[in-house]
Design a protein around this ligand. Sequence first.
Ligand SMILES: Nc1nc2c(ncn2[C@@H]2O[C@H](COP(=O)(O)OP(=O)(O)OP(=O)(O)O)[C@@H](O)[C@H]2O)c(=O)[nH]1
Length: 755
Amino acid sequence: MAEGGEEMGLGWFYRALREGDRRNVRRGLDIITAAMNREKKVMQEKLYHELLQKSGGVKADRCKVFLFGEAKTGKSTLKISLKRGPVSAVLRRLSDSSSAEEPHDPTPGVDVGTFDIPGVGEVSVWDFAGQSEYAVTHSMFMDAENTISIVLYNIMDDIKGQEQQVHWWLCFIKSCNPNRRPNVILVASHADKVSLNTGTRQAVQLLQLMTSEFKDQLRISDEVFLMNCKETRTPEMDRLKKLLATLKNAMLEHQRQMPKLCAKITKRLSTWCQTKCSPKCPVLRWPDYLDAVKEIDPHVDEKFLLKSTRFLDHLGEVIFTCPTASDPIIVLKPNWLCTDVIGPMMAPVNFPIPRLERTSEDYVTREEIQRVFQDVADVDLLITLLQEFQLCHSYDGQTFIFPGLLTQTMPNHVWQPTSEPKVIYFGKQVQCADTTDMFSSGFFPRVQTRLMREQENRPLLWRDGAKCVDRNVEGLIKLSPDGRAVNICVRSAQGDKVQCGKMLQQLENTIADVLDECSPGTGTEEKVLSARALKEHREEFFSYGKEEIIKAAAEGGTIVQSSLGFTEHVNDLLCIEVETPLTRNRPELVQALRHVEPILDHLQARGILTVEECDVIRTNTTPQDRARALLDAVGMKGEDALPVFQSVLREVDPRAADMLMATPRADELQDRTDQLSRHRPELVQALRHVEPLLDHLQAMEVLSTEECDVIRAHTTPQDRARALLDTVGTKGEDARQVFKVVLEEVNPEAAEMLQ
Ligand SMILES: Nc1nc2c(ncn2[C@@H]2O[C@H](COP(=O)(O)OP(=O)(O)OP(=O)(O)O)[C@@H](O)[C@H]2O)c(=O)[nH]1
């Protein structure tokens, strides 16, 4: 890396960083990046050749079909009809059993099975129970890679009900599938119970409505299906099969080849269930699984096996999960977990199978788990597994809290006003951003499990809320009645703002992490709760948008609560002071921006400001007022407008551009260095691939090889990101500066969060 004697070591690079010597910083980065890239290319080539030699690939001829819909819409019936071969279809028709009413046999949990559908080929069908109780665990299996989802509704239900049901399932699918447009087919059942014209008209309308609403998120087929799900030999069923076959082929065409190893593992799964596992629990931990695979290939590469197993999970052959705190787990028979375990665990009252009974405190005892599962599972192993899947938690190993089973709502008396004169309140709200957004049903129970694991003091939990206490601060997480917002409030009777800030940040982190794990496709908007409304213990939560706060902070710091009609100060709403490039040097910028005219022209041309907005700015009489109005207008346009504003200033008023981008004063630095923790949730989301960062940081001696290995040892991308932030956070200012520069290099989007 060094080019000459004086450049040995990295002293010159750190000096350049400290002194803001951009030229040398860039030069240093270029040298380091080139070296890393060379090394990486060689490594990748080597790995690829090794894998090719070892395994080779085959085309997979299998996809998953998910069946969704309310209870009794006909999912299991459709599945049976799809599977039925031509001979049994004819026999069934001849026996006339197709017209008889068949008793409804509800599906417990998710029924998983691989079938050959005539005309479609092999598919792994996942029949998701329609009862809301089961929705809590559905999100664990709803990753729709390599999947076609069929959403059923009963054409006999009232039209509003049909719309609501289908909308809910589509939101649910979206919430579990970020950055992907899953294939969806809408099917109306019970065609035999309505006139063809009426039914078709309704089905067409519903399809149009959903297609327009979810056009950017889901790939909903434009074919209308209205069918009697009990019948196999109908034109509708033929059309549905044809569409399934087309979608399946299109998907397989784009699919990577399946490593040959996967095919070999698949063949061994049922034998392993008998020989490698406890007879009642078809589950293997990573080391045992690795040993089993080594019988197929003694030299198997662990990283490659990890990828291959993930592939098998996507095909629905196994369930593969990487818990944060332990070895990965492989469930060799998905149906065992989805039906035999989850079926009784989440069964609603009056479901015709044994179910877990709870004590009056909503606990489940070990004896009760023993009673229900003794025939289907090794109870100790099962309990470990349920805890690994974060479905329950126990403080004493005897009583278990399953947040997804909680029935009691939060009583009012647990969060009451206090007469302490110094009490302060702060709060945030995470709200669903769009009508197509919802928190997946597994989200809130998972938040509660995490609180039980992470909080030092035992939290109190209810179906719709949780309360935590830490030192002199109390925290409350409350789900809104419509389930579309989570409110987080903290308060300190002693007025301890710092501790309030810590707890608020911690709770926000938990919520962001769980969202990423269980509801990654949900678009959310973050708001700040009115502190005064919190203090007054109003029934509802009142909030302010981010832009509102920034604007108020820039304009003297007061903000009006429009619904309640009172005014409060921005600094009373936030545990930390808000600061943006627009507010940091506002007085200087107002002086510098004497001629706003050319700036307005550019901003208008680049679509940041409208003609009307420019006119409003122009109506101000003094140059300072015009400058203020301009800064406010840009501030209101959100984060994306800022870089455009910066580049416009760079062109027409470089001095003002410098001011806008000026580094903060020394006394502000302390606050700014805390950015790693302040922006932690966003950074954890953004730093999906820490590998290139680690390479650079190691090369620059910010992190040691051991530190990088410890970070790499974490199993999920989020945990690796968290470990990286924690490690960098413990280093000095130099290290943080290098981190920022490296981030700008390899992940500019994440770097912007630190601006
Ligand atoms: N007439 C008529 N009956 C149907 C049709 N589809 C389903 N059924 C009947 O409706 C009832 C419920 O069907 P299932 O297939 O068990 O419903 P499901 O959606 O799987 O229900 P869950 O497993 O509880 O979520 C059964 O009695 C079926 O025979 C249809 O298209 N026409």
